[in-house]
Design a protein. Structure first.
Ligand code: G3P
Ligand code: CA
Length: 272
């Protein structure tokens, strides 16, 4: 414990919504940039469209990250694909003068399926941390669609001797419980901005494999990391961007940090 699951030294770095500090979040451009930067994993949020597709979007409404308007769940995938999901954020951010701008097809709304294919085709091990957003509204449909999508890649029910690159995260125990029933082998992360009293000893609800405390939580209670480790749970901390926070997470033995700027976090971790 306290070791990266992929690099073996210090916490693994998981790119929060892709390299979202410097690229439009949740676009293929942001994920490619994170992979090029050497991130150990990618994080995404998932939401259901009106025609039943899972797309990688954080907000309930689409105004902040696209040039469209409205509530995502009322729109079809085709409608969502017709909007521009890149221009709200400067696509030149921190690119050198010679670099080419991402093409428009890398700056549209991304389906979960497209992100799964990106992970499969990355050419190196990559973890994917998928967060179910507001799962209680859909009576299990989000989880069902998620498991179906993962099954297409052999990642919901991995064969003996193989490991799924996916962890499913949620603030909702209900969502993780549903997943445990549908896909008992799938690793799950319970996101927390406070630890419920009965889990302060580092234990977690039955079937949950990893703890997902906020940075604020482990800053106020660094001892929580050791407690979770004593119960055999890895610890994923979000959202860790500044160098002192990266150092803090490394020093208290966090297993993975979820960061908007994986390149900077990796640079910080490489410093002596
Ligand atoms: O990785 C967990 C973190 O993403 C939870 O917060 O709002 O960024 O989805 P949020
Ligand atoms: Ca998230």
């Amino acid at each position: 414990m306290g070791q990266s699951f992929l690099r073996g030294k210090g916490p693994a770095v998981v790119a929060h919504r892709g390299a979202s500090e410097v690229s439009p979040e949740h676009t293929l451009a942001a994920y490619r940039r994170a992979v090029e930067a050497g991130a150990d994993g990618l994080e995404c949020d998932i939401r259901l469209t009106s025609d039943g597709h899972l797309v990688c979007v954080h907000d309930r409404r689409i105004e902040r990250t696209s040039n469209g308007r409205g509530v995502l769940s009322t729109m079809s995938l085709e409608e969502l694909k017709s909007f521009d999901w890149g221009s709200w954020k400067n696509p030149w951010a921190e690119l050198d003068d010679e670099a080419e701008l991402p093409s428009p097809d890398l700056l549209t709304v991304l389906t979960l399926d497209e992100l799964l294919a990106t992970v499969r085709d990355a050419g190196r091990p990559l973890e994917l941390a998928i967060e179910t957003k507001h799962p209680t509204r859909y009576a299990g449909l989000v989880e069902r669609r998620l498991v179906e999508a993962l099954d297409r890649y052999g990642w919901a029910h991995p064969k003996v001797g193989t490991e799924s690159p996916v962890r499913v995260m949620s603030f909702s125990w209900l969502s993780l419980r549903r997943l445990r029933v549908m896909a008992p082998g799938l690793r799950t992360v319970l996101l927390m901005d406070r630890v419920p009293l009965r889990f302060r000893d580092g234990s977690l609800p039955t079937g949950v494999s990893c703890a997902g405390p906020s940075l604020e939580l482990v800053t106020a209670h660094p001892e929580y990391v050791d407690r979770a480790h004593k119960h055999g749970h890895q610890v994923y901390v979000w959202t860790v961007n500044d160098a002192p926070d990266v150092h803090h997470c490394r020093d208290i033995g966090v297993d993975a940090i979820i960061s908007d700027h994986p390149e900077a976090a990796l640079r910080t971790l490489a410093e002596p």
